[in-house]
Write a protein that binds this ligand. Sequence first.
Ligand SMILES: *Cc1c(COP(=O)(O)O)cnc(C)c1O
Length: 394
Amino acid sequence: MTVSKGREFLSIPGPTNIPDAVLAAMHRPAIDIYAGDMVAVTHGLLEDLPRIFRTTGRTYIYAANGHGGWEAALTNVLSRGETVLVLESGLFALGWGDMAGMMGVKVEVLKGNPRRAVDPAALAQRLAADTAREIKAILVVQIDTASGVVNDIAAIHRAIASVGHPALLMVDAVASLGCMPFEMDEWGVDVAMAGSQKGLMTPPGLALVAANQRALAVHEHADLRTRYWDWTFRNGEAHYQKYGGTPPQHLLFGLRKALDMLFEEGLDAAIRRHALLAEAARHAVGRWAEGGALAFNVVRPEERANSVTTVLAPGFDPGVLSTYCREKCGVVLGRGIGDLQGRAFRIAHMGHVNAPMVFGVLGAVEMALGALGIPHGRGGVQAAVEYLGREVRP
Ligand SMILES: *Cc1c(COP(=O)(O)O)cnc(C)c1O
């Protein structure tokens, strides 16, 4: 017996739920790529994306996933033989660093604790020791979607500034843009990148990269530049140059609608919504954890991300829980990835989500914990409901 028929609940940390209005905006014939609507949408997006990144710098849109955005960011500002420092806080910054390594960049990793955010003091210490100023860029993710940690980018920038180090600060905001505050200019971020399919509620396939004046100056003598990713080429006047070829039209119409929705809600309101729904999920997980069979991956509450919660499962096989949720309830949970494969599951609360969606997922998990006989504290869903009832007043 199952109770799984009905709309499937996707609770993986990307791709995320796509609003019907975004899907509808994409449902149209192909159009001219040299004039009319397409050109207007490009101009509108290139004006609005800096408002999301919170920068006066330039933004670039690529037909690519997040990995493409990583490559775009790296090739535009780095040269062969230069050194980058990767700040470990889970999985994703390491992947970005590996990519730099394959391009002929020297990669040093500032080791981190897999259950903690990056330590700005350790960064300051490492940079102070770099008296020859060999480190040209620092790679860090704001939210690591594997560990569920959120890094304090402002504090990381203060650490860099405290020792007067000139390295570029490059931030992966794939799982945070539109979900948690991101202040590119205020936080001294030189290059930021994101993808369309997480907080931005659009199908996968668009990578977004933002660069400030410092990054654009370094770009001029970067020797890893290639035609497809190249900012200079994309700064050209012809419309097709903005995409290095045919624009990914339908995704662009989708993104246009998604940004309209985000601005209509208000970026601050969307960020607050994520904080509330994440805290509701954490209330449930905290209660379940009292049974001893599961735990938060991120040790410190203030370092837990508002877009995804990673739950360790020392007392059971998380695959069995996920299978139950999917097959019996129609809820798709995120699996543990990297070192957490087979050891954790992830609850996403990112993008186009509201209270019933989060309650639905939490309810299915609690149902699974009971049905599978996994020891857990009772009343997790109740705790989530009561928390939101206290915070969201009439
Ligand atoms: C999802 C994700 C990526 C990778 O994006 P893809 O579109 O899968 O290439 C990179 N960084 C972070 C933090 C992510 O969450």
